[in-house]
Design a protein around this ligand. Structure first.
Ligand code: MSP
Length: 511
């Protein structure tokens, strides 16, 4: 496959520290980006920070710093999370950068000039605490305003509105005629359901009297633009000087699909005469020990400690393997440690060491050629053909956990193949046929591990690299040698390789 592949993540709110949800989304997008690079596509991978809005303004005020100083500090934390997770992004956009605000203002001016943005006065119930207008839908079952809204008063306010309703029927057609626009497919229904009701025009401003920390409307300095209009534009502003639009894939969480990404964003672009993004990939939410992962409870931040205690790649593996893209998943200490020990240590790590030991002991460290070819060898090779096909298909649908599941079936089959062949017995036999079987066994395990190492590069880049080096293989840049071959033979392997050391201490609790 060739051509470019422009992939993005949501840009994280700059009003708190990075947590598991942020980490997961970057890892998922990174795995897909690395995979796309290996298929030969020219990848541009963007992530970034959403820095404007009420919450940032409030936090800065409480801490007695300027909002800019606050987001500068927060950006350092988010960027260092990316480094810790080995994220291979090509660009990082912050919504306070001039390259971004310029495009937001340009979009606003164009829509205003077209008459698609207009001023209106809205009266209604207003929540002081949430700084938003409420509708009757927000009342609880007793007709009262829920606690979260604090004091609710009747008020009226002038604002600017985007005539989004004009694009509603176009959007419904677009979603219906592009069944892969929103993946997984079951998420489309939620959007189409939302679009059944006639849409209200979208309020896109806040008067400066209540929010100053935002992009000023180019046609009215008394207002700043509402945060979604600002934030969504990042995907375009970051590549405004490159020939990359439309984006191929926006990776986002389910909470921001509808309406922001599935409704506001395509309609904004349509109004501007710009193509919509090609695809939205919607992942579910992590809970931690079955509780909502959130900043306030602190649990979501602690889970990131596994990066330090067990390594970046073990963490990337757990997240990628545990969450079926689209579904929710639960992060637990037992779950993490279980997969670390079973999948990584026992299945993969031991397999590599078994190979290195046997080749060292019986063949002076060089993997022999496969001569004997019997049923066990044939089934290992046939299983690889199936595994590779399933891997390619899973990645075509961005289903990383499925690709890994298939890969571990293959890894476990290699372990079982060693048990069947019992090379330690073959080594003691005086029969030359047994020697040929022994050689074949080592050659098959070596070649199988070469393919496994290649397959793991997008998910565990560092570990896969180390593993390939220890089994005497070059680190491939692409999938051009991803079929069974004789490449596993004739190579010199290392003596031993500790990929997943035993970790006795669980991650330290936060200070
Ligand atoms: N700033 C907006 C996005 C603007 S995109 C133009 C925002 N920020 S966020 O920090 O709240 O969330 C960033 C991403 O992290 C979202 O895609 C969100 O779904 C994801 N997650 C936040 N918590 C999560 C979990 N507990 N689990 C998985 N992902 C979640 O929304």
């Amino acid at each position: 496959m060739s051509g470019s592949f422009y992939i993005t993540t949501a840009i994280d709110y700059a009003n708190g520290a990075p947590h598991l949800g942020h980490a997961y989304e970057k890892v998922l997008a990174d795995v897909l980006a690395r995979h796309a690079r290996m298929t030969g596509r020219k990848v541009h991978f963007l992530t970034g920070l959403d820095e404007h809005g009420q919450k940032v303004q409030q936090t800065a005020q409480q801490r007695g710093v300027s909002p800019q100083a606050l987001v500068d500090e927060v950006a350092v934390g988010f960027k260092s999370m990316l480094v810790g997770l080995d994220i291979s992004n090509d660009d990082y956009i912050r919504t306070t950068e001039p390259r971004h605000t310029k495009v937001v203002q340009d979009f606003l001016s164009r829509l205003y000039a077209e008459g698609l943005i207009f001023k209106d006065t809205k009266s209604g119930w207003y929540s002081v605490r949430q700084e938003q207008f409420l509708s009757d839908k927000d009342r609880d079952e007793n007709g009262e305003w829920p606690e979260i809204y604090g004091e609710v008063t009747q008020t009226s306010e002038e604002n600017y509105y985007f005539r989004i309703s004009k694009f509603q029927s176009w959007l419904v057609d677009h979603i219906r005629s592009n069944p892969d626009f929103i993946l997984p497919r079951f998420r489309q229904n939620q959007v189409l359901e939302f679009l059944k009701e006639p849409m209200n025009d979208l309020c896109i401003s806040r008067p400066k009297s209540r929010l100053t920390w935002g992009v000023e409307l180019p046609f009215d300095p008394g207002f700043v633009t509402y945060v979604w209009f600002d934030a969504l534009t990042n995907y375009y502003s970051a590549v405004a000087d490159k020939d990359l639009w439309p984006a191929d894939l926006h990776v986002i969480g389910k909470d921001i699909l509808s309406p922001p990404h599935a409704v506001y964003w395509p309609c904004m672009l349509k109004a501007l005469g710009i193509e919509p993004p090609r695809r939205l990939l919607v992942h579910g939410w992590w809970t931690i020990d079955k509780k909502k992962a959130s900043k306030s409870s602190g649990n979501a931040t602690d889970s990131l400690a596994y990066v330090q205690s067990h390594g970046t790649d073990a963490f990337r593996y757990y997240l990628s393997r545990e969450m079926v893209v689209g579904q929710d998943a639960d992060f637990s200490d037992a779950g993490f440690n279980g997969r670390y020990k079973a999948d990584l240590g026992n299945s993969l790590g031991n397999l590599v060491n078994r190979l290195l030991n046997m080749v060292g002991r019986n063949c002076s460290g060089t993997v022999p050629a496969a001569v004997a070819d019997e049923d066990p060898e044939r089934s290992v090779r046939a299983l690889w053909t199936e595994t590779r096909k399933a891997y390619d298909e899973a990645f075509a649908e961005h289903q990383v956990s499925r690709a890994l599941e298939g890969l571990w079936t293959f890894i476990n089959a290699l372990n079982a193949y060693i048990e069947t062949r019992a090379p330690w017995k073959l080594a003691k036999s005086a029969d030359p046929a047994d020697r040929a079987r022994l050689d074949s066994c080592l050659a098959h395990v070596s070649e199988g591990l070469r393919l496994v190492g290649t397959a793991l590069l997008p998910v565990m880049p560092g570990t896969a690299r180390t593993m390939l080096e220890h089994i005497g293989q070059p680190v491939p840049a692409d999938y051009s040698a991803f079929d069974w071959s004789a490449a596993g033979s004739g190579v010199k392997v290392a003596e031993k390789c500790i990929l997943f050391p035993q970790v006795d201490t669980p991650p330290a609790p936060p200070a």
